[in-house]
Design a binder for this molecule. Structure first.
Ligand SMILES: [Zn+2]
Length: 248
């Protein structure tokens, strides 16, 4: 059976390979460049580790360095978690400076970019409009209908969390080919619980679009495969992930 694909989760890169092998396929986000550095040393068959700088973490933001980000991003298919958050203690000016540098680098180096936009939905879209990237993925999206339509027009994908799926009617505005699903699982949660959480959101999203869960899972994988082709990043993913993505 096809593995679950979680498009946005946080896994502790210091966990053992055995423990992480129970997580299903995961695009694992990092909060800081330091964390990304550690994560990228790993080779887990079904995990793609991202390079990110989270807008809520003052130390990560203060330690952001564009050159270092670029060299880490060269080694992975995934950028994240990055973005903006007006509820954060980090000054917006600092967040914007980081996010703009990230987008600029990702504009010249096609990547799937997983973007946080809490209380900053239209601000994030403004930045994407100004500096488009190959595959922007809005994670934990709480935009209104007009913003969601605008995001679709800007080429955004959506990694849908169960909380969001319960509140928003994605099927009214978001074409199925832009849909991914996520757990946003935290470090301290057991990795083995991820497939259950992904199944729950798959169930909710499948219902919205009038699909069976298995069909939705296949759609999600197909969408991911398309992002890999469009960014030409298969060589940066593990062989096992590529095998699933290409074998559909
Ligand atoms: Zn996250």
């Amino acid at each position: 059976m096809l593995a679950t694909l979680d498009a946005h989760a946080h896994l502790d890169p210091s966990r053992g390979a055995d423990e992480l092998s129970a997580s299903g396929a995961v695009l694992a986000m990092s909060l800081s460049l330091d964390e990304a550095e550690r994560a990228l040393q790993r080779s887990d068959p079904l995990i793609a580790w991202g390079v990110g700088c989270h807008p809520r973490f003052p130390r990560a933001q203060a330690g952001f360095d564009a050159q270092r980000f670029r060299s880490l991003a060269e080694r992975t298919a995934i950028v994240g978690e990055v973005g903006l958050d007006t509820g954060s203690r980090v000054p917006l000016e600092t967040q914007l400076k980081t996010f703009r540098q990230v987008l600029e680098i990702a504009a010249g180096m096609p990547r799937l970019v997983s973007i946080h936009s809490y209380r900053a939905t239209s601000m994030v879209l403004d930045e994407l409009e100004h500096c488009p990237v190959a595959i922007p993925v809005l994670h934990g999206w709480f935009g209104n209908v007009a913003e969601t339509k605008r995001a679709v027009e800007l080429g955004c994908y959506f990694s849908i969390h169960s909380q969001v799926a319960r509140q928003s009617k994605f099927h009214n505005h978001v074409p199925l080919e832009r849909v991914l699903v996520e757990s946003d699982h935290g470090y301290n949660d057991p990795p083995a619980a991820i497939p259950c959480r992904v199944e729950w959101v798959e169930y909710l999203v499948a219902q919205q679009y009038g699909l069976e869960v298995e069909e939705l899972r296949r759609v999600v994988w197909n969408n991911f495969t398309r992002t890999v082709h469009e960014t030409d990043t298969a060589h940066l993913l593990s062989k096992s992930l590529v095998k699933i993505a290409e074998g559909l």
